[in-house]
Design a protein around this ligand. Structure first.
Ligand SMILES: Nc1nc2c(ncn2[C@@H]2O[C@H](COP(=O)(O)OP(=O)(O)OP(=O)(O)O)[C@@H](O)[C@H]2O)c(=O)[nH]1
Ligand SMILES: [Mg+2]
Length: 201
């Protein structure tokens, strides 16, 4: 796959506006400001295809990017305290509506967790939800460049006790700054795309 050829395709503010899946979808979920949009830009080798911001809550819509037959879906970040109740409800309906719709062809969810900190309560609610719904997901530990060696070792030692079903999880350390993990994520995307295409034949 030539990741550089990805294009923005559309943004939707409510679940009702979402058109049906047109093929394989790979979604990005995580706390606001965890680095979802930055990861998408790294994956596609683009500086600013997805809008990145130091202000949490930048991505308030479900944004679709397209590469060939595959859609990449940037979900709005959850857990940001400084938004109104109605806005929080809109986000919850969007994320829950998207992930809970079993007609969608979601081949993988990349669930992002900040490598520097234990998973938040909202992260754990999200991960439990993914497990309960038997949705295919991997954990991406973001902002790896911000940890020094000893901090990183400490987080690596703690994670098995913090994440449910740790032994069965694929966990990928990642940094949009150093590029760590980008190739591994691209390989995972390619494998899922080729499996999806085979199952279609
Ligand atoms: N050092 C470092 N900073 C990062 C990394 N990834 C993201 N950031 C920074 O973290 C902030 C948030 O990044 P975004 O990619 O906008 O996060 P998001 O998850 O899309 O945020 P929302 O759209 O608000 O949900 C920005 O200031 C980024 O520059 C990383 O790997 N390393
Ligand atoms: Mg974003």
């Amino acid at each position: 796959m030539n990741f550089n050829l990805a294009e923005f395709s559309a943004a939707y503010g409510t679940f009702k506006q979402l058109p049906p899946s047109k093929g394989l979808e790979i979604a990005f979920s995580g706390h606001s400001n965890v680095g979802k949009s930055s990861l998408i830009n790294s994956l596609f080798g683009r500086r600013s295809l997805a809008r990145v911001s130091a202000t949490p809550g930048k991505t308030a819509t479900v944004n679709f990017y397209k590469l060939g037959d595959v859609s990449f879906v940037d979900l709005p970040g959850y857990g940001y305290a400084k938004v109104s109740k109605s806005e929080k409800e809109r986000w919850r309906d969007l994320i829950g509506g998207y992930l809970g719709d079993d007609r969608r062809e979601i081949g993988l969810i990349m669930q992002l967790v900040d490598f520097r900190h234990p998973p938040t309560k909202d992260d754990l609610v999200m991960i439990d939800y993914l497990i309960d719904c038997e949705l295919p997901f991997i954990i991406v530990l973001t902002k790896a460049d911000k940890l020094n060696k000893s901090e990183r070792s400490a987080r690596e030692a703690a994670l098995p006790g913090e994440l449910p079903c740790f032994d069965q999880l694929t966990v990928v350390p990642f940094s949009a700054v150093s590029g760590e993990g980008v190739e591994q994520l691209r390989k995972i995307v390619e494998e899922i795309s080729s499996d999806f295409a085979k199952n279609r034949q």
